[in-house]
Ligand binder design. Structure first.
Ligand code: 4AD
Ligand code: MG
Length: 430
């Protein structure tokens, strides 16, 4: 067909007259006189009606149509209360592009099989909506950083030493040597800022964590920001500004997708800066008050983090100044109480930790001493400390998990619905 095709969304906006649309068969049913095809494209679905009397020559083909076959349609669009979303196309011209085989996804398919067929499951309305929202999240983060005059700089995904260290690092063969998949861009960033001052990246981070929770994947997308001359407060303000900007953008661009997902739009509209800020000490007190078995000095379990956000108006909450023994060697010391650090975690209701940030320790001697005490050998990462050897400056940064943020926006109960191909300890194909 040499038609000018438009999207289903635009066809519904047109509302009357002849339209040309194309896509995939979402549902079909028929009799020996009529065929009802619900057509899907990336924007919406629409019911199309074909009458046998209009398609005598093509009827065999039309009658044998299967789900996910690709087709082109020209027809008269009109409002119809009985149709799935209020519009129907009475088909005048029909062109089969490809007759699909029996589609291997139906209501009887279990979770495991859906994982095997993930590449097909992405065609579902839920996953399509999720991927569109994810795309807006990424775009809006770039936009926010651009507006704030940040420079985007990439770091390598493989390097000769583990960045954050610990046991959660993937090893890969590197021409007879060992390399490690990056866990974070931070070490590179703390050096970048001595050049560009304000730096950010959005890239995958890898964590060899065996934990099979709804909130962990082994490869996640990491939005990381590092800012020269910034203190902890500034760091939190930047994180806050980015989050608010993204939510505004999603509300503007993705109302259709949010509706498909039945997401809580009011929850999104309520998000405003500044977010609530509490200290670690207050957070522990609140948990104890609410019956949790935890004491000062303990680290939070993720369920406690999820509860905390609930106790504070069911909204984002910054928890600041954790005890130094829970922090890493690069975290700065709180000048008001050096037993605590200049760090924060931003907790999201239902999700828990969504952002992790800090003002970094700028002093080389302090860092070297902490590394010695913790028996950490930076090894091939010793170059990291050059940021403190040549013109060290106060600086801060943070990392935000894209999937946790997107899942919170969509109201999902697992971040696996916010990434096209989730990697878990047991799933790395397709
Ligand atoms: O808390 P994390 O490990 O912090 C860092 O990597 C710092 N170096 C970031 C920085 O300061 N530049 O990770 C940061 C965020 C977490 O708050 C969480 O949202 C997400 O990354 N995250 C994960 N998301 C999905 N699956 C996992 N396994 C994740 N681990 C961390
Ligand atoms: Mg963390």
């Amino acid at each position: 067909m040499k038609e000018k095709f438009i999207s289903i969304k635009d066809a519904m906006k047109t509302g009357t007259g002849l339209v040309s649309v194309r896509g995939w068969v979402f549902r079909e049913r028929g009799s020996n006189k009529m065929k009802f095809v619900v057509l899907r494209d990336s924007t919406n679905i629409i019911q199309c009606v074909l009458k046998k009397e209009d398609f005598e020559k093509q009827w065999e083909e039309i009658d044998s149509l299967k789900i996910e076959s690709s087709v082109e349609i020209v027809g008269e669009i009109k409002k119809d209360e009985r149709a799935p979303n209020g519009f129907e196309i009475s088909v005048k011209k029909f062109n089969l592009i490809h007759l699909a085989e029996d589609y291997p996804i139906n209501k009887d398919v279990n979770e495991e099989l859906l994982g095997d067929r993930r590449h097909l499951w992405l065609r579902s309305r839920k996953m399509t909506a999720s991927m569109k929202i994810r795309s807006t999240v990424l775009f809006a983060l770039h936009e926010c950083m651009h507006n704030l005059s940040y420079t985007e700089i990439q770091a390598p995904s493989m390097s000769g030493a583990a960045s954050e260290g610990g046991s959660e690092v993937f090893e890969v063969g590197y021409f007879g040597k060992k390399a490690y998949m990056t866990q974070s861009w931070q070490f590179y960033a703390e050096n970048f800022i001595n050049a560009v001052e304000n730096a950010y990246a959005i890239a995958p981070s890898f964590r060899a964590e065996k934990s099979k929770t709804p909130w962990h994947v082994t490869e996640f997308w990491h939005f990381e920001v590092e800012t020269a001359w910034a203190d902890l407060i500034k760091d939190m303000e930047i994180a806050e500004e980015c989050i608010v900007h993204v939510i505004k953008k999603v509300l503007k661009e993705n109302l259709t997708e949010l509706e498909i997902l039945e997401a809580d739009i009011e929850k999104l509209k309520k998000v405003k800066a500044p977010f609530k800020r509490i200290s670690y000490k207050e957070a522990i007190e609140t948990l104890i008050k609410n019956g949790h078995k935890i004491k000062q000095g303990d680290d939070f379990k993720s369920a406690e983090e999820r509860s905390l956000a609930k106790y504070y108006d069911d909204a984002f909450v910054f928890v600041t100044n954790y005890p130094m023994h829970l922090l890493k060697f690069y975290h700065g010391e709180n000048p008001k109480d050096p037993t605590t650090g200049t760090n924060f975690n931003l907790l999201a209701p239902g999700i828990g930790e969504m952002v992790d940030g800090s003002q970094r320790e700028p002093d080389l001697d302090k860092i070297v001493e902490r590394l010695k005490k913790a028996e950490i050998d930076l090894g091939a990462s010793d170059w990291y400390l050059d940021s403190r050897r040549y013109g060290s400056v106060p600086h801060s940064g943070f990392g935000l998990g894209i999937e946790r943020f997107a899942a919170w926006i969509c109201g999902f109960d697992t971040i696996k619905d916010s990434i096209p191909f989730p990697r878990t300890p047991t799933r790395f194909n397709p």
